[in-house]
Write a protein of this length. Structure first.
Length: 114
């Protein structure tokens, strides 16, 4: 699975416009071939900051998404309505549930000092 994350700081007076724009596109993004998940999040610690996380089956599916009009609209809205935009792309090597999380805790080095 490959994903991208956007961190967008929205201008104070443009919050409603940005959220409405993105919410109107969410269903279309989610229906794109290869889209596993597409969500908008609000940062609870940083005012006017939102995150978009989009998960794709493959790099090819994500590249097709980048060429679609809706992606251009999303980036355009972020540039016009936002103050800052940061993008990260990454690959997920493993997924799991709480069992996997507990197994990863077991891999942590132990402190023999006490």
């Amino acid at each position: 699975m490959i994903s991208y994350q956007l961190r967008i700081v929205i201008k104070q007076n443009k919050l409603d416009e940005f959220i409405e724009s993105l919410l109107s596109m969410l269903d279309d993004f989610r229906k794109e071939e290869g889209c596993l998940d597409f969500n908008l999040y609000r940062d609870l610690e940083k005012e006017n900051t939102y995150g978009v996380i989009a998960d794709w089956k493959s790099q090819l599916d994500m590249d097709k998404h980048f060429k679609r009009n809706n992606y251009s609209v999303l980036i355009g809205a972020a540039k016009v309505l936002g103050e800052d935009l940061e993008m990260k792309i990454g690959e997920t090597l493993e997924t799991g549930n709480s069992h996997m999380a507990r197994e990863k805790i077991k891999l942590q080095p132990t402190n023999d000092n006490g």
